[in-house]
Design a protein around this ligand. Structure first.
Ligand code: HEC
Ligand code: HEC
Length: 242
């Protein structure tokens, strides 16, 4: 069922070419003039993305698909590159992005980063008091014994993310958070080296991941990413150059 709903999106994406799809030449004028996208409006060209990521890339609290709107554009660009180049795994997205240049990925990232749309209200965390306290300690203070810095030391005190390329942690579905931290732990998601998030995720237990995800998914989001900070990150992370 779900797949049949997504299929048209893939076709739309392929047909609109999203720049450089292999199908586009067939649909373009058969004469020899250079291939052009069928539309120049970036909002129209990314319609296929919104089938999964929600209107304007705003997602909802339902389901797995992450929000795109308002995330730091360097972060979105790194992710699009990672799906295209195999550091992150999603066959459909990789297929859509396969023929896109870095410049085009930057344009798409800039489009979604600039969208300023409201977040849905979060649900309850479902954590008991002990779990709540444990999650809060990890997120706000880290765990020096396991060399885990506070999540807020990198993701910003309000967890809204940090320009140019550290994402926010609020407004993401619980299942998505569990999935991503688990993927890093298992080596399925990778970021540019040095991959600091891989070290963080590998130091967490599956139980830690569950309570942290529940805590984060129950917090209201809304603030914009913070500007680049003068305070260096506690550990070096790759892919943060503007
Ligand atoms: C078939 C559904 C589908 C389509 C179509 C789709 N995506 Fe995705 N996208 C996903 C899923 C699922 C994930 C999470 C994958 C994972 O588990 O890592 C994702 C993740 C992402 C992320 C990472 C978000 C984050 O917070 O790390 C970005 C950026 C993204 N997609 C952009 C796009 C763009 C741009 C398009 C259109 C060219 C697109 N997606 C089309 C399903 C889709
Ligand atoms: C040393 C800095 C640092 C620390 C500490 C850190 N993160 Fe991250 N985190 C990053 C960076 C950088 C990225 C972006 C990686 C990439 O480009 O894929 C990231 C990405 C993420 C993502 C992916 C978001 C998305 O939209 O897909 C999640 C989830 C996450 N971090 C959770 C956490 C949690 C939970 C903690 C604390 C337990 C934490 N991080 C601590 C630097 C950090």
């Amino acid at each position: 069922m779900q797949n049949s709903r997504f299929l048209p999106g893939v076709l739309i994406a392929a047909v609109l070419g999203l720049g450089l799809s292999a199908i586009a030449p067939v649909l373009a004028d058969p004469a020899t003039r250079p291939l052009r996208p069928l539309t120049n409006d970036i909002g129209e060209r990314v319609q296929a993305c919104t089938l999964c990521h929600g209107a304007q890339g705003r997602a909802t609290t339902q389901g797995y698909f992450p929000r795109l709107a308002g995330k730091p554009s360097g972060y979105l660009f790194n992710q699009l590159q990672s799906f295209r180049d195999g550091r992150r795994q999603h066959a459909l997205m990789a297929g859509l992005l396969r023929n896109m240049s870095d410049d085009y990925l930057r344009e798409i990232a800039g489009y979604f980063a600039a969208l300023d749309v409201p977040y849905p209200a979060p649900g309850p965390s479902g954590l008991n008091a002990e779990q709540q306290a444990r999650a809060e300690r990890l997120i706000l203070q880290g765990d020096p014994a396991r060399k885990v810095p506070a999540c807020t030391a990198c993701h910003g005190p309000s967890m809204a993310g940090r320009e140019p390329a550290v994402p926010g942690l609020l407004g993401l579905p619980r299942d998505y958070l569990v999935g991503q931290l688990g993927a890093w732990r298992g080596g399925l998601r990778r970021a540019h080296a040095p991959d600091c998030m891989s070290d963080v995720a590998k130091a967490l237990s599956t139980d830690d991941i569950a309570i942290v995800a529940n805590w984060l998914a129950a917090k209201p989001a809304g603030a914009h990413p913070e500007p680049p900070s003068a305070t260096p990150l506690p550990v070096q992370c790759g892919g943060l150059a503007p």
